[in-house]
Design a protein around this ligand. Sequence first.
Ligand code: NAD
Length: 464
Amino acid sequence: MSALNVEEIVKKVMSELNNVNSLKECEHGIFESMNDAIEASFIAQRKYLKHSLSDRDKYIKAIKNEFYKEENLKKICKMTVEETGMGNYSHKLLKNRLVLEKTPGVEDLKTDAYTGDNGLTLVELSPYGVIGSITPTTNPTETILCNTIGMLAAGNSIVFSPHPRAKEVSLFTIKLINKALKEAKAPDNLVVTLKNPTIENANIMMNHEKVKLLVATGGPGVVKSVLSTGKKAIGAGAGNPPAVVDETADIEKAAKDIVDGCSFDNNLPCIAEKEVIAVDEITDYLIFNMKKNGAYEIKDKETLNNLQNLVLSKDLKLNTECVGKSARYLLDKIGIQVEDDIKVIIMETDKNHPFVIEELMMPILPIVRVKDVDEAIELSIEVEHGNRHTAIMHSKNIDKLSKMAKLIQTTIFVKNGPSYSGIGVGGEGYTTFTIAGPTGEGLTSAKTFARKRRCVLVDGFDIR
Ligand code: NAD
């Protein structure tokens, strides 16, 4: 090692130590400055490297147990609805419970091994280091919990940059995570955030050299931002999931599944049905059955215009006041009073209507009538906008199910069920609230947040 190298290393270590000393006091992982949060996270991850897999498992179980407590689970759901003004309290309970029950932990990290005359080679999943995770307003606590489980399982520390509009509940969730980690004797600051999360601070995080992986869960803007940093980034972006119904489907069931999926958490999930494309032959019967299952149909142009003026501006910007609101609330705003059993507002539109094109995140479901299933599949691809996110199809025709699955190229394709079965509610498989279509990781889990590293032992440990 040259003298210069030794000098450089000493300088680096001293500067890291100085940073440790200059860190402001922080409580429960909540920092005043982004740089301090990242430095603390960096040190925490270095310490975490010395902890075993069973330690990681223990810390994750401690976090889950903290949130399995009814008072905590109820509190984060109540806070989310109150702070963001969006979503449905009982569905938020279900979503958060789902995360605790179905997010994979350390068992997700599988090793590959090659053995032969030349010995043994392992390919192991090891941590990136500090991960910067940007979380949305639509599933704030679900995303923080789910990412925390997967990222800690893979041996990382995490700096969260939550949506400013879900700040209070995000900070409260991170405090509870820290409480659980402290009680389980994990290193301090494995999961940190800022007292005042802003887009400016998110940008500092994105460009900090000690953040080795960025994970953005949100709309197209933030996904583009992380992908422009030159760092490894996972982008979980917007969707506009179409639900196709053809003449072979079980129409009664399809109608109920679509209403249930579309109204889940007032349509906030990125996977929720956002438009229906139905074959002409069964459209009337589908609408009839949707109405039997909690859909309110708008038939006249004036009411439809009133609804459009309420939820979209002239230049088609979303009225954020309406995002994640119930069907009853939205109808009331345009002078129509209904009971709570109305879960979705439906209407027939043409394929170019803004309700079909825009991702509304409200229980408003346009229905487009087409002549046959091939036209339905073609249109579904068009209105999904190449997001490669989620699509749903109700059909008994295996050839057409396969055709749509193959052509639409979505990360999630649900056949004959509500959209949420794609994330493990009444469907097989684990769950996640970070679905990475744009960058291709798919439904993220611990293994997504790990680097592949090869470890080679020459001429040994081959026992065949
Ligand atoms: P959003 O894009 O407004 O915000 C998401 C996060 O990104 C927030 O923390 C926000 O502060 C931050 N952000 C936004 N623009 C940024 C920028 N230019 N630079 C840095 N940070 C920025 O999204 P939202 O309203 O919170 O969530 C709804 C959107 O997210 C929908 O489009 C939905 O489909 C999508 N979503 C996708 C997934 C998925 O897994 N694919 C999950 C949830 C939400």
